[in-house]
Design a protein around this ligand. Structure first.
Ligand code: DX5
Ligand code: ZN
Length: 219
């Protein structure tokens, strides 16, 4: 089992001090999770490509971009070109996920497939060899600070069995309500990458919060 990845979500950071907020976790985090929402795929609006481009120069952290947008085939490669390490788009928003994964890899990024709360995992298992990360939402996508839904870990268990039996090189990432009281069950279910917004940026010491979460996720 590779060491767990902890990816603070800047959705819970102070957007007026974004570079400082990123630097606060620079030496503790593995990836920086960037939530892009278009107010169409989800009923919320966040940041887009210009912010990612500017932020790219402010930190060495790999960017884990989570696109909660419609028409990802149009927009996702731009995030790879902007230097994102991993670009994740939603299965519900894309009619040819494998083609987009190929485009992202050609553009030099890793490719991620996200599965929202109400979407079953089974139809997507056969696509996983084309992906580097599988993001399983543990809430309904759209807002930070929601309560973790433990039933959604069944999808993590199913994915973990499939990944292990197929010897796939794929991170299983969970996103939504991950905190000190939920991360251990997510890790036990088979997740090995953990997004945390409120649990990191709501803490007095965000870097310490990241280290604590990683310690709890190590098994
Ligand atoms: C929500 C986003 C999450 C969000 C998680 O749709 O995808 O990344 O930032 O926030 P918390 O950790 O507060 O649930
Ligand atoms: Zn996210």
């Amino acid at each position: 089992v590779p060491p767990p990845i902890v990816a603070p979500s800047i959705l819970a950071a102070d957007f007026a001090r974004l570079a400082d907020e990123v630097r606060a976790v620079e030496h503790a985090a593995d990836w920086l999770h960037v939530d892009v929402m278009d107010n169409h795929f989800v009923p919320n609006l966040t940041i887009g490509l210009p912010v990612v481009q500017s932020l790219r120069a402010a930190t060495e952290l790999p960017f884990d971009v989570h696109l909660m947008i419609e028409d990802p085939r149009r927009w996702a490669p731009g995030y790879a070109d902007a230097g994102a390490y991993n670009v994740t788009f939603h299965a519900e928003a894309c009619d040819d996920p494998v083609a987009l994964a190929k485009d992202l890899r050609s553009a030099g990024a890793k490719a991620g497939l996200a599965i929202d709360r109400d979407t079953p995992i089974e139809p997507y298992l056969e696509l996983l060899p084309s992906f580097d990360t599988l993001l399983i939402m543990t809430i309904k996508a759209g807002f930070g600070g929601q309560r973790f839904i433990p039933q959604l870990l069944d999808k993590v268990r199913t994915a973990r069995r499939h990944v292990d039996s197929g010897h796939l090189e794929l991170r299983i990432e969970v996103d939504g309500g991950i905190a000190a009281d939920t991360i251990e069950q997510a890790a036990a279910a088979g997740a090995d990458a953990f997004v945390a917004g409120t649990a990191v940026y709501g803490a007095d010491d965000p870097a310490e919060a990241v280290r604590r979460l990683r310690g709890l996720a190590e098994r």
